[in-house]
Design a protein around this ligand. Sequence first.
Ligand SMILES: [Zn+2]
Length: 193
Amino acid sequence: MSEVLVLNRNFYAIAVTGWQRAISLLYLDHARVVDEGYRTYDFGDWLDASRSLESETSAFVRTPNHKIAIPEVISLRLFGKVPKREVTFSRRNLLLHYGWRCCYCGERFASDELNLDHILPKSRGGGTSWGNVVVSCIPCNKRKANLLPSEAGMKLLRAPARPRPRTGPLLWPQRAPARPSWKRFLSASAYPA
Ligand SMILES: [Zn+2]
């Protein structure tokens, strides 16, 4: 809760941060709040705007002198680059990378019908990394069990690989569920429904 999407000055999503850091960037005039109409607010403007938001559901921070709404999206004033990011090794990113398809039978499944498969089984020293883990449906996973694909008479339809570091808008927020207000800034293809 209260995570804030950070955009660079060209409105590319580049990070997710905590509300404390977002407010401090705003206070230091390193960032502006961006609302759903793409209007931007500096600290003073945002204090004023916060007053009119009081009746709505926004979360607020109270200081001795102010009551300020926690923004959902901010943009950095000076930073224009889009950092390259390694794609984190996670179940979610594996599913995304392999398109929710079993790497053995090629069928598409729902998330809860897919397992992660160690090509060289863990019990035989196989590592947990992009190079040794693929997505597999439960029947294929059972069939393969503690064998190598060749031993089980199975074939990988896709070679395991670490996705290339991405340049571009944030693939998706790693640390928090995306808020509706973030969607317009996240690339549609990377944002599963
Ligand atoms: Zn399968």
